[in-house]
Design a protein around this ligand. Sequence first.
Ligand SMILES: [Zn+2]
Length: 411
Amino acid sequence: MLAVGLAYGMFAVTAQAAPQQDVYDAVEEQQQPLLDTLATLVNIDSGTGFIAGLSEVEALLTERLEALGAEVEAHPAETYGGNTLVGRLQGSGDRNIMLMIHYDTVFGEGAAEERPFRIEDGRAYGPGVGDAKGGVAVILHSLEVLQTLGFDDYGQLTVVLNPDEEKGSLGSRDLIQQLSADQDAVLVFEPTFSEDAADAVTVVTKGINYAFLEVSGRASHAGGAPEEGRNAVMELSHQLLQLGDLGDPDKETTLNWTIVEGGTKRNIIPEQARAEGDMRYFDSSEYERVLNEANDIIANQLIEDTEVEFRLDKGRPPLPPNPETQGLAEQAQQIYQELDRELQAVEIGGGTDAAYAYHADSATPAVLESLGLVGGRFHSDEEFVLVDSVVPRLYLTTRMIMELSDADPES
Ligand SMILES: [Zn+2]
């Protein structure tokens, strides 16, 4: 890495406090091109399952990756459709690094036309601008920076862009698990929040399970023969009150009931009622515990002759606290220090694809989440990213790749 020596030579101050000037200059040159890419991506609707839009984005991303010298494969993502793109760049070293993010959004068709990309008071707005098209743009333009610098000390750089994250990555998770197994490091580009103007990467994410409670009763006329009915809504209410404490504060497990449905007409004793709940956890044994406890609890019924069923479907696993992730976070913090900026390492309650890349039975790959742009109000009409976060984030990713490529950092 000739570039490193040059940059250090230009600065009399300590290495930690100064940016590597050649990297920084190349990054600054990419700020406007990155915003242009972001505008193009945001202005194409690509809600999960909206194939026309996803295909348009896919074509664009394929073209961009190929222009950067990558070999690109498209893997169909079942369930919601679209393709997961896998781009590979061969380098001269032996470290394998994967850069991953989704290109679907939560927004429906027409959102981009209604609220096209715009910049106002230092904030860029538009559907998916942070979650996660900003992350896609950071990946593409950090590769541009590396190309400008002539850097190819990595072994293989694998870029993975999936089309179904917002609905659980059902059609891409197996591929993510498989591709990540051969990596030394996986960097994931979800956005990060700017609540208190502090920048952060994510080192821990909770796992998600989906709880379902179904009650079947018997319909009857509420005026003429209410005693003939078996009120599913009443039974459901009883069950929800009993099932309100399935969490475990010590283990930071939560289960919140969030959706309730039941009944059809005011004059009919309701035959069906159902509820859905959202479970978050770190400890994987919590699945069995919650399932068993819930099944014990529902045996206590309020109304005879109703049927009660509890189900717990598995969603994303957790990214638990682990030393390899911590190591990457500390590396990222040091790089931020070169810019005289502070970087926090945080835990988030939401699940992300980083968890699919994490292999609990192996020290590799090291996985770090939230290398995308800094912003807020994700999944809302006011979703934004800070324009000022483009340069530091691009610098961070570029320098992470450079350092991770160096098998022996002391050399
Ligand atoms: Zn996302």
